[in-house]
Ligand binder design. Structure first.
Ligand code: FAD
Ligand code: N01
Length: 545
């Protein structure tokens, strides 16, 4: 246990953020006897699920798997109602966890951290909040989220719009009443694809501004049957073990129980004939594509899958011009974060929905009445930005983080994020990132990755105390080697294809260096690597007495 010293810091650990990462960190560190203070910008717990309350928001991991594993009683007492839970239910779960483990007493809400500075004399971090409060702590854990800084693109005239404006990533707590409103929405990523069908049902008219059509698969979500839930609860130990050893932290438990089947891709699309592919798409629709293993690895195979995909879009969409506009081309399937949907394409067959294909003429400005494009003007009462996030590095970049010699993290990361294992940064002792760049993070079921990181950090803090070490810090050499490995495994995947522009690469933010940020190696392999590093005396880290 960390000892109180005469120059006692306010706390042993400052945790920034009270999403699933910050909440578990607090519970875990408290359990070790560490005095822990959490600082959170929002009014309550839940992070992503607190901020993203847009209509249609939901998880795309089976509910029983997108849940904490750290407490067996918690697993048994919580009943998920759908195969993949909607935002209100996930937020309710977060609140239940906060109540059950009495977390709120150590979380200060409505508190944004502005800076975190390391003092080399005392080996302490000083954290300053937006209200000017100062905390000092031996350890600083950045549980600030990978998708927590909404990106609102700069568009000429955007302040002139006379109606209401919302961002999916910062949705008002009370919701938005769309009845009788004409709505415009910019963006067709996951948030757009989830919200468009629901807004279309509520609004008088919806105009969708699409710059890049996406690949999306039907979710086939459904209520969870009591018998299934009982089985899941009985098998939780095995499910968790399998999740931890898997590639993306998902076993697929929940699929196949009234929803979409959990298909393991084993076949090669390149071995099929055009007639076979056509027959399969006719029989199974978009989901036919899931059976092919080579689609993720081979660009030629990928293009065959894209053709099947476009065939199916043509089948579903009634208006031929709209169908053409909705067909993704020019980039491979699997380069961006996979998307699953409920009634997305069907929505474009509705009379009250207009698709504006920005590839035929982009947005020129936002006017008082709506959006002016090169194709014409579109008027509405409400404008929704579904334009994503400054992902993975955005939240860290907004805090003035300074390590040894007062070096700014933003300067150290000018050419792109550098970490060792996505956990630590050379020159920033005792500062940990949770699901940081260089870890499986956003390529995984994030609760699995969050728990693994917090458990590792907790063990590390205990080990430091046992060894009488004051600080731990990644070495530059270990960082270099890890970055080379992260880049290596991402090569020859669709993620880094030349034609791919994704937020994984930072491509959605003007001026952000194009670096593939998460680790593709897999949750299981990565966990073993982290454990091995710890077992071998924190290989690649420097411990100071
Ligand atoms: P967050 O939940 O983002 O929490 C970070 C918290 O830190 C926020 O509350 C924020 O306010 C706070 N914070 C940030 N900076 C500061 C600061 N300077 N000062 C104080 N507080 C600060 N993942 C999956 O695995 N499966 C899914 O199906 C899935 N669906 C998603 C759907 C949406 C709409 C989004 C946006 C993300 C989704 N994710 C999904 C990813 C999701 O972010 C993670 O699963 C998980 O919730 C992240 O938890 P976290 O605690 O790491 O971060
Ligand atoms: O954001 P995005 P998101 N003019 O970046 C468009 C998670 N998540 O919030 O592709 C016009 O994916 C942009 O167009 P383009 C998940 O990890 C999960 O939707 O750049 N358009 C794109 O269409 C996800 O990946 C779920 O050409 C502009 C859209 O905005 C991540 O969060 C649900 C524009 C942004 O798409 C982010 O998803 C929701 C401009 N100036 C979120 N700028 C689940 O289902 C941007 N766009 C689990």
């Amino acid at each position: 246990m960390a000892q109180k010293t005469s120059d006692s810091p306010d706390t042993d650990v400052i945790v920034v953020g009270a999403g699933f990462a910050g909440m578990y960190a607090l519970h875990k560190f408290r359990g070790l006897g560490l005095r822990t203070q959490v600082l959170e910008a929002g009014n309550d717990v839940g992070g992503t699920w607190y901020w993203n309350r847009y209509p249609g928001a939901r998880c795309d991991v089976p509910s029983v798997e997108y849940s904490y594993s750290f407490d067996k009683d918690l697993e048994q007492e919580w009943d998920w109602t759908e195969i993949m839970a909607a935002q209100p239910e996930i937020l309710e779960y977060a609140n239940h966890v906060a109540d059950r483990f009495d977390l709120r007493k150590d979380i200060q809400f409505q508190t944004r951290v502005d800076s975190a500075v390391f003092d080399e004399n005392s080996n302490r971090w000083t954290v300053v909040t937006d209200s000017g409060q100062t905390y000092t702590a031996r350890f600083c854990v950045m549980a600030t989220g990978c998708l927590s800084v909404p990106n609102t693109p700069r568009i000429d005239g955007q302040d002139n719009f006379a109606g209401s404006v919302y961002h999916t990533g910062n949705w008002p707590e009370g919701g938005v009443d769309f009845s009788d409103a004409a709505v415009g929405i910019i963006g067709t990523g996951s948030s757009g694809i989830q919200s468009i069908p629901v807004i279309a049902e509520q609004a008088k008219h919806l105009t969708v501004f699409q710059r890049t059509p996406n690949y999306t698969m039907p979710a086939a979500n459904a209520p969870l049957k009591a018998e299934f839930l009982r089985q899941a609860k009985e098998n939780y130990a095995a499910i968790r073990a399998e999740q931890r050893a898997s590639q993306v932290g998902i076993v697929g438990y929940g699929f196949g129980f009234g929803g979409a089947e959990n298909v393991v891709p084993t076949q090669e699309i390149k071995q099929t004939t055009p007639a076979e592919r056509q027959r399969l798409v006719e029989e199974e629709g978009f989901l036919a594509i899931r059976r092919y293993a080579d689609v993720a690895l081979d660009e030629e195979a990928n293009e065959l899958a894209c053709e099947m995909y476009r065939d199916q879009v043509e089948r579903v969409i009634k208006d031929p011009a709209t169908a053409q506009a909705l067909m993704p081309r020019d980039y491979p399937m699997g380069c961006k974060r996979p998307v699953i949907d409920t009634n997305y394409y069907e929505t474009f067959n509705r009379d009250n929905v207009t698709l504006v294909d920005l590839r035929q003429g982009g947005i020129e400005e936002i006017t008082e009445a709506g959006v002016r494009t090169a194709q014409g003007d579109y008027a509405f009462d409400v404008l929704v930005y579904a334009t994503g996030f400054d992902a993975m590095t955005g939240a860290l970049g907004k805090i003035d983080i300074r390590g040894r010699e007062n070096r700014a993290l933003t300067e150290y990361w000018e050419a792109g994020p550098r970490t060792y294992l996505g956990l630590q940064i050379a020159g920033f002792p005792n500062l940990f990132t949770v699901t940081g760049p260089g870890s499986p993070s956003v390529l995984s079921n994030m609760i699995v990755s969050i728990e693994q990181h917090i458990d590792w950090i907790a063990r590390c803090i205990l080990d430091l105390d046992q060894r009488g070490a004051q600080t731990i810090e990644a070495t530059t050499e270990a960082e270099d080697e890890w970055i080379a490995h992260v880049n290596d495994v991402a090569q020859n995947t669709m993620f880094t294809a030349k034609s791919c522009n994704s937020w994984y690469l930072g491509a959605n933010i003007t001026g952000k260096p194009r670096i593939f940020m998460p680790y593709v190696g897999g949750v299981g392999v990565y966990r073993e690597k982290c454990d091995e590093v710890a077992r071998n005396g924190y290989q690649g880290f420097e411990l100071s007495a």
